[in-house]
Design a protein around this ligand. Structure first.
Ligand SMILES: *[C@@H]1O[C@H](CO)[C@@H](O)[C@H](O)[C@H]1NC(C)=O
Ligand SMILES: *[C@@H]1O[C@H](CO)[C@@H](O)[C@H](O)[C@H]1NC(C)=O
Ligand SMILES: *[C@@H]1O[C@H](CO)[C@@H](O)[C@H](O)[C@H]1NC(C)=O
Ligand SMILES: *[C@@H]1O[C@H](CO)[C@@H](O)[C@H](O)[C@H]1NC(C)=O
Ligand SMILES: [Mn+2]
Length: 275
């Protein structure tokens, strides 16, 4: 688990005071990774530059802030969000990893994911273009020749949140370098606006293996029409979207799938559990 300095102590206290059937849990803070600095990562550089702009010109006069308020949203500013693109460097000894977002619930054993054949691909992910609009043209600026000359606008999108990464194939294909390249091209935000999915779609293009949809059922944070059977049989459910199960605006029907793993008699939770 990688967190930041602000949450590090609380995370440690939480995992020390709970037993997860003997699982080994390592908590690290993103500030430890001194190699992830502005001279190596264009993303760090861009985040520092945008902080500096706000600092020097003030929030009220910054054009970025006025025209794109979401850019100030910590979700998009956080380096933690982009940290997924450095997994092979975080764990130089590992060959394969299952990556999970912090807003998922694991409902089944994920061990079989490690023996799935990714056919030489780097990223095992569920595709999202069952809904017709989740295609590349939806996420990227195809008016830009950098994009339109290299990518198929109809290519199917996929999701972060539960991914199997083959780290050997990742290093061989220099995916992190590709990601840096695209982040640099997007300095002026002309290729895409926000988030980690668009650079992911570019960096893992042609390197993504579609997984059976039942591995990862998405949308529990915004889509009110997900079939209950689909949720119940999923290996991982993902509350992506704003309506997180721990918030008041949660979608009521999806809340129990999260709540049932919560130990409400735990003293740390006594103050915040309302259910
Ligand atoms: C920045 O990271 C590079 C490697 O990524 C490292 O060689 C360098 O020492 C780091 N600089 C600082 C100031 O930590
Ligand atoms: C990855 O980068 C290394 C070193 O920069 C280079 O030698 C190699 O050809 C690159 N591989 C690919 C597939 O681009
Ligand atoms: C998309 O790319 C074109 C060509 O570079 C550019 O003129 C346009 O401003 C971009 N659109 C956005 C929304 O950034
Ligand atoms: C729930 O938390 C309480 C208080 O910390 C603890 O005694 C109990 O064993 C926990 N129950 C489970 C199922 O983990
Ligand atoms: Mn998520």
């Amino acid at each position: 688990i990688v967190t930041n300095r602000v949450s590090y102590r609380a995370m440690q206290a939480w995992f020390l005071s709970n037993d997860f059937k003997g699982s080994a849990i390592e908590i690290r803070s993103i500030e430890e990774f001194s190699w992830l600095n502005a001279s190596y990562s264009p993303v760090v550089k861009q985040l520092l530059d945008s902080d500096a702009r706000v600092y020097y010109f003030g929030e009220q006069t910054s054009q970025d802030t006025i025209s794109e308020p979401k850019v100030r949203n910590p979700k998009y500013l956080s380096l933690l969000n982009h940290f997924r693109f450095y997994i092979p460097e975080i764990y130089p000894q590992l060959e394969k990893i299952v990556f999970l977002d912090d807003d998922v619930v694991v409902q089944k054993d994920l061990t079989p994911l490690f023996s799935l054949d990714l056919h030489g691909n780097v990223n095992g992910a569920v595709e999202t273009c069952l809904e017709a609009f989740h295609r590349y043209y939806k996420y990227l600026n195809f008016s830009n020749p950098l994009i339109s000359s290299k990518f198929d606008p109809q290519a199917c999108g996929w999701a972060f949140g539960m991914n199997v990464f083959d780290l050997i194939a990742w290093r061989k294909a220099n995916v992190t370098a590709r990601y840096h390249y695209w982040q640099e091209q997007n300095r002026e935000r002309t290729l895409w606006k926000l988030g980690t999915l668009p650079p992911g779609l570019l960096s893992f293009y042609g390197l993504t293996e579609p997984l059976d949809r039942r591995w990862h059922v998405l949308g529990l944070g915004y889509d009110v029409n997900i079939d209950n059977r689909l949720i119940e049989t999923a290996a991982v459910i993902h509350y992506n979207g704003n309506m997180k199960p721990w918030l008041k605006l949660a979608i009521g029907r999806y809340k129990p799938f999260w709540l049932k793993f919560l130990n409400s008699s735990h003293p740390y939770l006594q103050d915040c559990v309302t259910a």
